[in-house]
Design a protein around this ligand. Structure first.
Ligand code: 6PG
Length: 241
């Protein structure tokens, strides 16, 4: 794993930096394998990034979009990460419908949605059962509590090792989430973290020792590249690495 920390002066620069790094990695993946698979994070931080990517001149037919986590709500629900991404980005670009892979939250139970997405991912990558695919890019956010994707502190999802996708739990509300194992197989994992409210969790995550159960983002130790993109408000007390 190669790890780097980039602290940007403000949120706009954070978005611009993330945009440039993502475009580079998308183009590299397509040059090497004629395709790029990206797993997106939800929340508020990435929204201006997604709006910027809507203006990018990319070979959209070569790009496959997945979600690293999702709330167990319909696509039309205001909390839907898929719905948000469609509004600010995907409805504005000529990406084939077959290249957009939302988590099937319309299924009757969260575990059914997790199992089905697990199957869809394995099928997309043409994998044997039990193999773990390598996403070209996994975008992640981080909550004030140090969660990432929907891997929340002290939840059962943190211990799931035999699945690609599992059911997360946010204060009793079901979520769907990539597991550590799937995220940690990515070629390039990029955290986008903004705001002073993240400082405490970041300090715990970058501390030499700590508890992954308490701060799940500590569990993101990918075999590929790990980039932490922070704005100055989030990164206060840390340094570029
Ligand atoms: C979600 C996310 C989640 C998010 C963090 C940070 O579905 O909410 O995937 O992991 O990235 O909670 O959210 P903000 O960017 O809104 O701070």
């Amino acid at each position: 794993m190669t790890q780097a920390v980039r602290i940007c002066p403000d949120r706009q620069t954070l978005v611009e930096t993330a945009y440039t790094l993502i475009i580079e990695r998308v183009r590299t993946a397509i040059a090497q394998r004629q395709s790029c698979s990206i797993a997106l994070s939800g929340g508020s931080t990435p929204q201006p990034l997604y709006a910027a990517l809507a203006l990018a001149d990319l070979p959209w037919d070569r790009i496959h979009i997945f979600w690293g986590d999702e709330r167990y709500v319909p696509a039309t629900h205001p909390d839907s990460n898929y719905g948000m991404t469609r509004r600010v980005w995907l409805d504005l670009v000529p990406i084939p419908a077959a290249n957009v892979h939302p988590i099937p939250t319309n299924l009757a139970a969260p575990q059914l949605a997790a199992d089905e997405y697990d199957r869809q991912i394995a099928t997309h990558f043409g994998l044997e059962a039990g193999s773990i695919p390598v996403f070209d890019i996994v975008l992640l956010g981080m909550g004030d509590d140090g969660h990432t994707a929907s891997l929340f502190p002290h939840t059962a999802a943190l211990s799931v090792v035999d699945r690609l996708v599992t059911v997360g739990d946010k204060d009793g509300q079901p979520r769907l989430t990539f597991t550590f194992g799937l995220i940690n197989h990515a070629q390039s994992t990029i955290f986008l973290v903004s705001g002073a409210s993240k400082q405490t969790a970041l300090a715990a995550i970058f501390a030499p020792d700590g508890d992954v159960n308490a701060y799940p983002s500590r569990g993101i130790q990918p075999q590929g590249e790990l980039l932490w993109l922070l704005d100055a408000a989030a990164g206060e007390g840390l340094s570029n690495k």
